[in-house]
Every structure is written in C-alpha cells, then in structure tokens.
Design a protein around this ligand. Structure first.
Ligand SMILES: Nc1ncnc2c1ncn2[C@@H]1O[C@H](COP(=O)(O)OP(=O)(O)OP(=O)(O)O)[C@@H](O)[C@H]1O
Ligand SMILES: [Mg+2]
Length: 242
C-alpha cells in the first residue's frame, strides 16, 4: 500500500478558479517525490489538498480523494492530518516571528514525540541545521530567510512526520543555501520520512527525487521516474505555453 495516494483530486477556489483537476499520483514510504510545473500549474493547490490548508485559502475538494496509509483524509482539517503524521511547510507564512527558535520548534507536534524518539529527531534537526541549535534563544523573526526556512523544516521534523511536504523550498533564498537544503531533504528521506518537494530548481529537484509529477494548467502533464524527466522535452513543454 502506498503511503499517500491522491486520486482524481479536483480542487476549486471560491473565486471559481479550478486549482487542480483529476490529479493522481502516489508516494511510497521514504520516497522523495517532486511536484513540478510553471506558475499557476497547481503545485500549491495539490499541497494544500493533502495538508488540509484549503479552507483557509477559500478552496475545497470537489472531486477525488486523498488517502494516507489507506485512510481517507479527503477534506480533513490540518490538525487532523498532522495527527496522522503529515506536516507541510507552506510557501509563505512559515514561522512564528515573535517566538524564539526554541518555541517555534516546540510549536507543532514536538510534544507528541516522546523519549528516545524525541531525542533522535531533535538530534537530526540540529545535525541538519546547526544554526538552529546556536540561535535557539533568538526571535525567529530576526533570522535570515534561509534560517527561517530551516526552522520551518526543523519544526515539521520535530513532529517525526511520515510525510514531509515542502512548498517552494529555495524560493528567494541565496544560492549558497540551496545545496544544504537539498542535502537535508535527502538525509530526511534516508532517516525514514517521505518528502513531497516543490521547488523551482527543477534540475536539482529531479536529482534528489525518485519520482516526478509534472503539472500543467491544473492537470498532470506527465509522471514517472525522475530520471526520465532530466533533459526530456516534456519538462520544457511543462513550462512553456499554456
Ligand atoms: N488563494 C487562491 N484563490 C484563488 N485562486 C487561487 C488561489 N491560489 C491559487 N489559485 C489558482 O489556482 C490555480 C493553481 O495555482 P497554484 O497556486 O496551486 O499554482 P502553483 O503551481 O503553486 O503556482 P506558483 O508557482 O505560482 O506557486 C491558479 O489558476 C491560481 O490562480
Ligand atoms: Mg505555489
């Protein structure tokens, strides 16, 4: 059974805009899956449809289903989805700027993780992002953009997710920070969490992911092993024209 199974997902916004239509794909445990596509292709809508953050954006699932570990989670609220082990880092509003780094790390599902497991996830977060250990007492709003992204990912990891979703991981960040973030994603998957990754650095995203879903105008244009997309004209077709 796949970890996540999205079937014919169709999401409509209150404005009447169709966010995605008939999107289907699955994610296996510990797998990294890339969701690629041009601006407005439906990447964030797909992410929201899984993580439950649709209502806040004035959207709802009008067709299709999302199953996690065999359980139907279609249209569930974020806290319910988090309770099952799905944590998303959204494309904006990632952290609580008026809380310390430490309090941000504790703010999501960290308290649900106990004992040795808690020590292990905390050790992983600080191994991946040593800045967070050093700046534990700082206000999160004073961190750089890159550090805030690391904090957002670290906070999700503290909840020991089975599926981590990161939307626009490197957008707007200095290029020197891209590689540490991609390396972190690989390490997170090796440690046992599946990752659904949205990023505009298509080349690097395809290298770290095993599977790719290419969206265009709300539809799946192509899907398959990431290697099949590297240097393939279908990738160009995904980003050109309408
Ligand atoms: N909050 C919203 N309200 C209304 N329509 C929206 C909203 N968010 C997205 N849409 C619409 O849904 C469609 C898919 O957009 P979405 O944001 O999912 O694309 P995306 O691939 O994440 O794009 P980007 O690369 O710009 O982040 C677009 O037509 C967009 O206009
Ligand atoms: Mg988006």
């Amino acid at each position: 059974m796949p970890l996540l199974e999205v079937t014919d997902l169709t999401v409509r916004y209150r404005t009447g805009a169709v966010g995605v239509q008939d999107v289907s794909f699955s994610v296996e445990p510990s797998q990294i899956v890339a969701v690629l596509g041009a601006a407005g292709a439906g990447k964030s809508t797909t992410v929201r449809g899984i993580s439950g953050f649709l209502r806040a954006e004035g959207a709802r699932v009008v067709k299709g289903s999302v199953r996690f570990q065999g359980r139907d989670i279609t249209g569930r609220e974020p806290h319910q989805v988090c309770g099952l082990g799905v944590f998303a880092v959204p494309e904006r509003r990632k952290i609580f700027p008026n809380l310390s780094v430490h309090d941000n790390l504790e703010a999501l599902g960290a308290r649900l993780v106990k004992g040795e497991r808690r020590a292990a996830v905390e050790a992983l977060v600080f191994e991946l992002f040593p800045d967070l250990a050093r700046d534990r007492r700082r206000l999160a709003g004073r961190l750089s953009g890159g550090q805030q992204q690391m904090l957002a990912i670290g906070r999700a990891l503290m909840a020991d997710p089975k599926l981590l979703i990161v939307d626009e991981m490197t957008l707007g960040l200095h290029p020197s920070l891209h590689e540490p973030l991609f390396a972190a994603v690989q390490r997170i998957a090796a440690a046992g969490s599946a990752v659904l990754l949205v990023d505009e650095s298509t080349g690097r995203t395809l290298e770290v992911a095993q599977h790719c879903v290419l969206l265009k105008s709300g539809h799946v244009l192509a899907a398959g092993p990431s290697a099949d997309f590297i240097g393939n004209e279908v990738l160009v077709a995904g980003y050109v024209g309408t």
